[in-house]
Design a binder for this molecule. Structure first.
Ligand SMILES: *Cc1c(COP(=O)(O)O)cnc(C)c1O
Length: 386
């Protein structure tokens, strides 16, 4: 019964398969037994394999065991969870924070509590699937505005019936394009029209801003209209998601958020490791500096080749190939040369925008980046992509 659909996927070059990494995730990994340079991980600051994170996780396993044993409201809240939430609130400069088992679960658990069947959601067209799923779950009316188009957003805000509760949803750093939302302008509009903003900063946390506090720090905005969510699974090198806000807002979520309430607490060792990561992000700015240096080196190299890129301003560097078959071919040929850059195809990205999505980390060396650039140039030329 599933076979026909799988065949359809394959025919359209949209079939997906799992790449098995048989080593720790880092610049050099083992992919199906082959030593491979990895340009695919969101572990931007190379913390997933950091000795301090491993130590924190191991110590917490010794002290608290592996599983939390119950949901957060029953007996699953252990000191690492509450310590982490305090630290996240401090980090975001808010009264309180709440963690979830993933970023996906955070969006699913938060957005339906911010709006409901009477409400209006205005979401950027390139918002992540977890945001779209959460919007559907809320039963609010969902309108999509053109990507980063503030005139369109303004016209949708102007058209709505007065005083309709409105939630604007955007990402800080767009996950598949690597460009930034114009947050200052969104905040101005939200204040003018009394709308709330759900800012998904999954790729901004740890990466953007002088101190890694994310898109809010990058743009220098502060507004009570912004509800800021992030993940522990990207630059923090762990797993889980969080939302920050006032004490009342967090207390409300603890009482009502379904993905928070009806799911076992994430392992205490993960919370302990995320806390260690949060310290490192703040204490070792050199990691972030190296990440940006690496990003610039790769970006300039790709530009020099005449790659068609998005308007990226982050360590996410997508090369637009358009055709999914060609994107897969390019990815496979690079893999043969020992470079892994995944092809991202619909429905993850809009039709005709299949791409190779490079992500850079602080641990790549300039030599590794040059090796990748050379291979990209060779494969790109042989496939007549540039
Ligand atoms: C990765 C991602 C998420 C989901 O976070 P997980 O912790 O991986 O579940 C949510 N939103 C955006 C924009 C993301 O890129």
């Amino acid at each position: 019964m599933w076979e026909a659909e799988l065949q359809e996927f394959a025919k359209a070059h949209l079939l997906r398969e799992l790449a098995i990494i048989d080593s720790a995730s880092g610049p050099i990994t083992s992919l199906n037994g082959q030593p491979t340079l990895l340009f695919a991980s969101n572990d931007y600051l190379a913390l997933a394999n950091h000795p301090q994170l491993k130590q924190a996780a191991c110590t917490a396993i010794e002290q608290f065991g592996v599983g939390a044993g119950a949901s957060r409201l029953i007996s699953g809240t252990q000191t690492p969870h509450s310590d982490l939430e305090l630290a996240l609130a401090n980090f975001a400069n808010t009264e309180a924070a709440l963690t979830f088992s993933s970023g996906y679960a955070t969006n699913l658990g938060v957005i339906p509590q911010l709006t409901n069947a009477g409400g209006l959601i205005l979401a950027d067209r390139l918002c992540h699937a977890s945001l779209i799923d959460a919007c559907r779950l809320s039963h609010a009316d969902l309108r999509v505005f053109h990507h980063n188009d503030m005139d369109h957003l303004r016209s949708l805000l102007t058209k709505r019936s007065t005083n309709r509760p409105t939630l604007i949803i955007t990402e800080g750093v767009f996950s598949m394009d690597g460009d930034l939302a114009p947050l200052s302008k969104i905040v101005d509009l939200a204040e003018e029209f009394e709308a709330l903003i759900l800012l998904d900063d999954a790729h901004g946390t740890g990466v953007m801003g002088q101190n890694g506090r994310g898109s809010i720090e990058h743009w220098g905005v502060s507004s009570t209209q912004i509800l800021h969510m992030g993940t522990l699974s990207k630059a923090l090198g762990c797993s889980g998601g969080f939302i920050t806000g006032t004490k009342d807002f967090i207390a409300y979520l603890i009482n009502t958020s379904r993905s928070f309430i009806y799911s076992t607490a994430s392992p205490p060792a993960l919370a302990a490791a995320a806390l260690a990561a949060l310290h490192l992000i703040q204490q070792e700015p050199a990691r972030r500096a190296k990440l940006w240096q690496n990003r610039e080196h790769m970006y300039q190299g790709l530009r020099g080749m005449g790659c068609h890129m998005t308007n990226t301003q982050s360590p996410i560097l997508p090369m637009i190939i358009h055709d999914p078959e060609l994107a897969m071919k390019m990815s496979k040929q690079l893999q043969k040369k020992g470079i892994y850059i995944p092809a991202i195809r619909p429905p993850t990205v809009p039709k005709d925008t299949s791409r190779l999505r490079i992500t850079i980390t602080a641990e790549h060396s300039i030599e590794q980046i040059d090796t990748a650039l050379l291979a990209i140039n060779q494969v790109g030329n042989s496939l007549k992509i540039f």
